[in-house]
Design a protein around this ligand. Structure first.
Ligand SMILES: Cc1ncc(COP(=O)(O)O)c(C=O)c1O
Length: 424
């Protein structure tokens, strides 16, 4: 059935056609702006689902991809290696402290691979550990393993019987002016310590901020105490930096900002500057060594047709070079947001304001918090009419703009949010 405004052959993600507005038709992206087919220009306030790192159409990345496409566009990665993958693995090892890089295609698969490495590493040692621990409210992607470690919610409800069991600890999210955080952290740590009494293969977390779970920030000191408990138990620590990686936290990695040294790290989104789909799982050398031996069963039998796609690697190298050349752009986003968020925090409808790197967030008042709460959608509509694209998570409204956003555009985003709030 064809519906007005909808393409007859496309199926959109996370979209209920019966109730959603038809998607906007975008024809071009430049810097912080998206251009629609009717000529309207929108500020991309959420970096196109957190992937567009520097800006749309960033010339240095576009050129790197074109150059690579003319040289080597694709090759199977079991029998071959190539300079772009080598270069990227060396750069990421140097800046993460994790020596081995396993490629996949997106954030969900980067998480899947991390889970598989952790699980099989214990298996290969002949000491299988049967428990995985994740945090309440977590989101790690939409493939089955990633869904299983994520919070059970409307996204995964239909698949519940297919998802493996995961032990779960509370996530003591905090915000400006929160005076209950210490008690919540203590309860979360106590629960985690109890869970870790069962031999645990790995603990997975989104360092410093749960993204899709509602831009839920925790304190660095909390994560340091989590890491200490995990270390004491011998479990592996997996950091899902799919959203937080590549400067979004104000540091290259949120783990760096929080002082964590995980055993495994899942990367995607900003990895290629937002140009090409690619996932990367970084691992400590000792984990890699656990898969080496003459017994074929020790092998990590996982791979994708496009593993280590050279175009993705070239884009990622160009993106990293930009981050290294212009570190002030990600390092100053938090300070640029702050005065605007402080102003907005005085609005009577703004609850729980919080800020981390390029992520500025707050909540709208509601008795029914959650992804399906329509209040954020109403603010989204109002903002769109004023030229700013946002995509609230239920009652959680956030800005996460590309690093190229200029001062006038950033001020416009906050002004539009304030105007939209006045209409609610
Ligand atoms: C922390 C985190 N992990 C994993 C994913 C899944 O990434 P992808 O959508 O690329 O599969 C996301 C996506 O939003 C994410 O925020």
């Amino acid at each position: 059935m064809n519906r007005p405004g909808w393409h007859p052959h496309l199926w959109h993600p996370f979209t209920q056609v019966a109730t959603a507005d038809p998607p906007l038709r975008v024809v071009r992206g430049e810097g912080a702006l998206l251009e629609l087919d009717d000529g309207r220009r929108l500020i991309d306030g959420i970096s196109s689902w957190w992937v567009t790192l520097h800006g749309h159409g960033e010339p240095a990345i576009a050129e790197a991809i074109a150059r690579q496409a003319r040289t080597l566009e694709q090759v199977g990665f079991s029998d071959f290696r190539h300079p772009a993958a080598e270069g990227l693995s060396e750069r990421l090892a140097a800046c993460s402290g994790l020596e081995r890089l396993f490629f996949s295609d997106n954030g969900s698969t980067a998480v899947e691979v991390a889970l598989k490495i952790a699980w099989q590493w214990w298996h290969n040692r002949g000491e299988p550990r049967r428990q995985l621990i994740a945090f309440e409210g977590a989101y790690h992607g939409d493939t089955f393993g990633a869904m299983a470690v994520g919070e059970r919610c409307v996204f995964s409800a239909a698949f519940e019987p297919l998802l493996f069991a995961v032990a779960r600890a509370p996530w003591p999210a905090t915000w400006w002016g929160d005076d209950g955080v210490e008690a919540r952290e203590a309860a979360a740590l106590e629960r985690l310590e109890q869970l870790l009494e069962t031999p645990t293969a790995a603990v997975i977390l989104e360092p410093l901020v749960q993204g899709a779970g509602g831009m839920a920030l925790v304190r660095e000191t909390f994560l340091q105490r989590v890491e200490a408990l995990v270390r004491a138990s011998g479990a592996l620590l997996i950091a899902d930096e799919v959203m937080t990686g590549f400067g979004r936290s104000g540091h290259l990695f949120a783990c760096g900002r929080a002082g964590l040294q995980p055993d495994l790290m899942a990367l995607s989104k900003g990895l290629t500057g937002g140009f090409l789909p690619m996932g990367a799982t970084l691992a400590r050398e000792a984990l890699y060594e656990g898969f080496v031996g003459t017994d074929p069963a020790l092998t990590l039998y996982h791979g994708h047709s496009y593993t280590a796609n050279p175009l993705g690697c070239a884009a990622a190298l160009a993106s990293l070079a930009l981050l290294e050349r212009q570190p002030h752009r990600h390092q100053t986003m938090e300070a640029r947001h702050r005065p605007h968020l402080e102003g907005l925090a005085r609005h009577p409808l703004v609850r729980r304001p919080r800020l981390l790197g390029s992520i500025a967030a707050f909540e709208l008042p509601t008795d029914h918090p959650g992804y399906l709460n329509p209040i954020g959608r109403r603010l989204q509509k109002q903002s769109l009419e004023r030229g700013v694209f946002l995509r609230p998570l239920g009652q959680v409204v956030y800005l996460l703009p590309p690093l190229c956003i200029d001062d006038a555009q950033l001020a416009r985003c906050f002004a539009v949010i304030a105007e939209a709030l006045d209409t609610l």
